[in-house]
Design a protein around this ligand. Structure first.
Ligand SMILES: [Ca+2]
Length: 306
């Protein structure tokens, strides 16, 4: 009997321990599921907010006129009363030079006129000047510029500082030049002489699509400093733009730069970036929209990343 009593106690304790462990496990599983559902809910709300903002941007892009530096959005809803940077009564100005616009809590939109950016196709000289701002190594810059040209041309004759297939192979690269147009901006990183430091600095200024014009008035601060090569002058231009006083005439008077007839107006090809944050969740849309549509389409999506 004594032996049987001694055996019962550990058995009860063992069963109790197992029960406690089962309960803890169920509790943890439920907590995990609640956290997961909460996260899915906030992610879904973030996704809805970016898509809603995207539709608002598209509506405004297709129905608004451009000033030299902004999109002039007519007031159609309550939101416009609090829209940022409104300098004209009743009209909200949505800047086209990449300063974030806050649509509502947690939702920001940035718009960039691609004519104020660098494209391989429309203004390749700006690539060289931009690189030169971030590197004093003139040999490296010359290597990148010539190698970029060699990458694009369809022959195997290299320029003075360039590189063709033989040079890539002998330098240990696992690839050779495309001998054709670059297919995306990321391909620029592969060019001989290019490195991460320079690429990361020039990448935000680059756009794949050629807008067909250069708009000095919508260039980013970084690119304006490259173009003007005079920080005091750039500060003056930037202040005038913040005050919405910058015009083509003033720009030319201050900088001495005379553009072509297309140099001082937005292109209608706009890089749109939308970010929405809800609790710990974030959703982001990056797209390039052309205001030029076709017969049955009021606009064209050139690029879409979400
Ligand atoms: Ca070539």
């Amino acid at each position: 009997m004594i032996k049987e009593n001694g055996f019962a106690l550990p058995l009860v304790l063992g069963i109790s321990t197992i029960l406690v462990l089962v309960i803890i496990s169920i509790s943890n599983s439920v907590s995990h599921k609640i956290a997961l559902i909460t996260e899915m809910d906030s992610q879904a709300r973030a996704d809805m907010k970016t898509y809603s903002a995207f539709n608002e941007v598209i509506f405004n892009l297709t129905t608004s006129n451009f000033t030299p530096t902004d999109m002039a959005v007519l007031p159609v809803s309550d939101m416009d009363q609090t829209a940022p940077m409104g300098m004209i009564p009743g009209i909200a100005l949505w800047n086209l030079f990449g300063v974030p616009i806050s649509l509502e809590e947690g939702v920001t939109v940035t718009l960039r006129d691609t004519a104020g950016m660098i494209s391989f196709f429309s203004n390749p000289k700006l690539i060289e000047r931009s690189l030169a701002r971030f590197s004093a190594d003139t040999k490296q810059i010359a290597t990148i510029v010539d190698s970029l040209a060699d990458w694009r041309d369809n022959d195997d004759f290299k320029r003075i500082n360039g590189a063709e297939a033989w040079d890539y192979r002998s330098a240990g690269y696992t690839y050779v030049p495309r001998n054709s147009y670059l297919q995306c901006i990321e391909e620029f990183r592969l060019i001989k002489g290019m490195n991460s430091f320079l690429y990361e600095r020039i990448r935000p200024e680059m756009i794949y699509w050629a807008s067909g014009s250069d708009n000095y008035l919508t260039m980013s601060e970084s690119l304006l400093r490259v173009v003007l090569d005079d920080d005091r002058m750039a500060d003056q231009i930037l202040q005038l733009r913040r005050d919405r006083l910058l015009t083509d005439t003033l720009f030319t008077a201050i900088t001495g730069i005379h553009g072509t007839e297309n140099s001082f107006s937005p292109s209608g090809l706009i890089l749109v970036e939308i970010t929405a944050r809800v609790d710990q969740s974030t959703d982001r849309i990056q797209t390039v929209v052309s205001k030029r549509g076709s017969k049955n389409r009021p606009f064209t999506i050139m690029e879409w990343m979400r």
